[in-house]
Design a protein around this ligand. Structure first.
Ligand code: VAH
Length: 314
């Protein structure tokens, strides 16, 4: 049985739909701190779980005889800069509880997401390697870097089967943009449909690694269903698809909606974006468990505008 913690979030919700389809509704328990996504709550097994409360997680694990946990609850980069201690507490307490449940043999397998946010201003920015300097300058990035260290420690010291991916910015249409710096690349599509214009909080040439949600879900299912011995990296795997700038994504939208206009008003999130790589090398993931992405920018723009056009009835 699978428990998804943070199932109402951007990745958690799409992971819930996918895992229900792959393993059967009765084998997937979605959970979150509140009933914040009724598409998830009303379509399958759902429990309120406080990821920061060990007993809350353990009670759910025992109630459903869970053996695998996907821990998708976290406070993202932009929000984390507003509430540093809340970001540290949520991101770290939740990870320790799940790692300790596995160490105590209550569960067998864990997925925990890391991020390109583990890299910082001193990291090589192009084709960033799997192993390199990592001095993250955001609270979110710090929690991901230290979380990776703990995952590797629990794997090597206690044999915990924890697997992790350094997600790039993820683009999807089913949930509203959250507190992420890369979420400009989600919001721009919503605004292209509703307003035919978008004021971007990053400058036009801010190049960032990005991925369509379907590719991110595929990578997550692939690494979790791979044989344990091919998952050689137990900190977290670099994962890459494409990279683009706000100007490039605006141009791809203009090809579908010629009257679309973009303007730029950089804010505090520019410094976060400037601390991250422009492109990522994911050779290790491609070699170890045959990862490869599918969606390029044109595919993403067509799918996002098609789905959001339907969603907004335009
Ligand atoms: C964020 N979407 O912007 C997340 C992600 C790499 C970016 O970690 O914080």
């Amino acid at each position: 049985k699978i428990l998804i913690i943070g199932a109402c979030g951007q990745i958690g919700s799409e992971l819930t739909f996918k895992l229900r389809a792959v393993y059967g509704d009765e084998n997937v328990i979605a959970s979150d701190i509140s009933y914040s996504n009724l598409d998830i709550v009303n379509t399958g097994l759902f429990e309120i779980v406080d990821a920061q409360d060990y007993v809350s997680v353990k009670v759910c694990v025992e109630k459903y005889n869970i053996n695998t946990i996907y821990l998708m609850a976290a406070m993202l980069s932009a929000t984390g800069e507003k509430y540093p201690m809340k970001a540290w507490d949520l991101n770290m307490n939740s990870l320790f509880h799940v790692l300790n449940l596995a160490k105590a043999k209550f569960i067998k397998k864990i997925f925990w997401p890391s991020s390109i946010a583990v890299f910082g201003p001193t990291t090589p920015t192009e084709n960033t390697p799997q192993y390199t300097t990592m001095e993250p300058s955001t609270v979110y990035g710090i929690t991901k870097q230290v979380g990776e260290r703990w995952c590797e420690y629990y794997n090597q010291k206690y044999g915990v089967d924890v697997r992790s991916l350094r997600y790039p910015g993820i683009i999807s249409w089913k949930t509203q943009p959250g507190g992420g710096t890369t979420d400009y690349a989600v919001d721009i599509y919503h605004k292209a449909i509703t307003d035919k214009k978008y004021d971007c909080f990053l400058t036009e040439n801010t190049k960032l690694p990005m991925m369509f949600m379907d590719d991110a879900i595929k990578a997550t299912v692939d690494i979790m269903s791979a044989a344990a011995d091919v998952v050689k990296i137990r900190s977290s795997y670099n994962l890459s698809a494409i990279s683009f700038t706000p100007k490039e994504v605006a141009q791809s939208i203009k090809r579908q909606i010629p009257e679309f206009e973009i303007s730029y008003t950089p804010d505090y999130r520019q410094a976060i974006a400037d601390s991250w790589p422009k492109s990522i090398n994911d050779d290790s993931a491609r070699q170890d468990w045959n990862w490869k992405h599918t969606f390029n920018l044109e595919d993403i723009t067509k799918e996002m505008l098609f789905q959001l056009g339907k969603k907004y009835g335009i």
